[in-house]
Design a protein around this ligand. Sequence first.
Ligand SMILES: Cc1cc2nc3c(=O)[nH]c(=O)nc-3n(C[C@H](O)[C@H](O)[C@H](O)COP(=O)(O)OP(=O)(O)OC[C@H]3O[C@@H](n4cnc5c(N)ncnc54)[C@H](O)[C@@H]3O)c2cc1C
Ligand code: FES
Length: 553
Amino acid sequence: MNTRHVIELSPSGKTFETGDELLLDAMLASGLAVPFSCRRGACGSCKVVVAAGEYRAKRLAPDAPAPCYPLAANEMLLCQSHACTDMRLEIPGWSLDTPALVVGAQVIGKRALGPDVIELMLKPDTPLKVRAGQYLKFHLADGDTRCFSVANLPTEEEGRLVFQIRRVRGGYFSEGVLDGLAVGARMQLEGPFGACTWQDDDAAPVVLFATGTGYAGIKPILLTALKRNVEVTLYWGGAQSTDFYDGAFLDESMLEHPRFRWHSVRSSEGRVQEVALSHGHHWEATQVYACGNGPMLSQVRAHCVEAGLPSHRFVAEAFVASGRSSAQAVSLSFDPIWEKVGPRYSLDGMLAAREKSIRALAAIASRLTVGMTTGEALEMAAQQLTAMGASHTWHPTYIRFGPDTIRPSREGVDRQRKLRASDIVVVDLGPVWDGYEGDYGDTFIFGELPLHLACRTALHEVFDETRQAWLRGLTGRELYDFAEQSAVSKGWRLARNLAGHRLADFPHALFESKELADLEIPPSEMAWVLEIQLCHPTEPVGGFFEDMLMLQA
Ligand SMILES: Cc1cc2nc3c(=O)[nH]c(=O)nc-3n(C[C@H](O)[C@H](O)[C@H](O)COP(=O)(O)OP(=O)(O)OC[C@H]3O[C@@H](n4cnc5c(N)ncnc54)[C@H](O)[C@@H]3O)c2cc1C
Ligand code: FES
């Protein structure tokens, strides 16, 4: 008889029933939202904490690899387990109620902060989980949207959202709609989005740059730094004294927090980066955040990196025109069969996940040291991803040294293999950020062995040429045939088992998990990852690079 067991999920109290089937299948069949991906015990997405009850492990086929995801004594993988009794489970970092992408909100306050800056206060119908530094999209009656940063820490203010909005000459929202918004008016908000968020590194001194209402994006990061007693300096650029509309708060905060300094920088007197550089920060160890106009961001980045700032420690948001008519607008249309996405899919979410993955990869690469074992590197990477806010890894993190770089991704590696002074290293990440799947991988060279350098060069050439071929309208299958020829022409072999895949709001595994190399239609942008793994025909040297297929890479 197939005994049924009731599985309760804490703290929601929601339940589902299961019999002999895998817990993952039972939970999916119940219609509850489930975090999962690989179904083979490798990625850890379906990890739960067992609060009560008994279970047994899935019986494996004789030739099947054992699940390799490391678990604590009270943890279990839904995809590898059957219930033996009723159970109570907790799913860390996961909400059973997928937050809606668009929520209603009510205007609860509006006041002028200066001659052309308005503060708008909104109360959303359901509280939003906003990270310090993120923004929301305001839906407008004509179907368009505008982006505005959340200028407070909503969790500390009963969910209230504060915005600081500059009047833009001829602005449809800031000079039109905004004037008509009275207390009690209703709005629709989408998000939150954005990768310019607090990096959770309390040890690094923080330098903040803002121009104009760029301060709105920076203020929550400042508030977080103050709360955590991190050393923090703000450089705020503006044209006139009224542009520093939060000066009184900043002056008070300096008195209260001895580790905080702020400097107003009038454009007639200089640039924010010039003043900051003259103050002699220890750039090698600093974390920089910047919000404001594009030229300021490029100059701050260039100057700070030149002064020693590691590039992945520069985190920024450009406050550009954000309506649909702006140059960056992308219109997405997906194939209904092969390119399905979930209810929270959004271009902004996918772009932020990509940006965070690129930054995480750089941070992890910067922490690889000669003599480290693969096992130690994987542990370091897991800590880094957690510290940066990844809730899950939708595929396992792969780190491969030397001869392991030619192995297929699913094949195990020697965890004791040490990184040598002259070596080639592959790092491949699949983190989930705010419900969006990121995926980014690259190859790093230690020392200057010509074969290693040649591998990296060929790898990026093959990727770039294949991406160009995608722009010409090739199907997924044709892309990999093209990549194979491109690799051979450079004296390398394309590992065809790494064949590209979907990416979406997590988990894309709910939909068809077709490989890009099997796709008979031209893949759409922002839905697929192009993976290229090259191997030397005779030497144990390989390289790997991947990125999302997108028009403006
Ligand atoms: C992620 C993000 C967060 C943002 N956060 C804030 C914020 O917290 N506070 C804030 O005041 N602004 C913010 N902005 C900028 C804001 O979204 C735009 O200025 C927006 O287009 C203003 O809408 P509007 O309808 O008033 O003007 P629009 O009708 O969009 O624009 C009117 C005209 O002005 C030009 N224009 C508009 N904005 C800009 C700009 N920033 N730079 C140069 N030209 C522009 C347009 O190209 C157009 O010609 C943010 C932008 C982004 C991308
Ligand atoms: S470990 Fe269960 S889905 Fe990956």
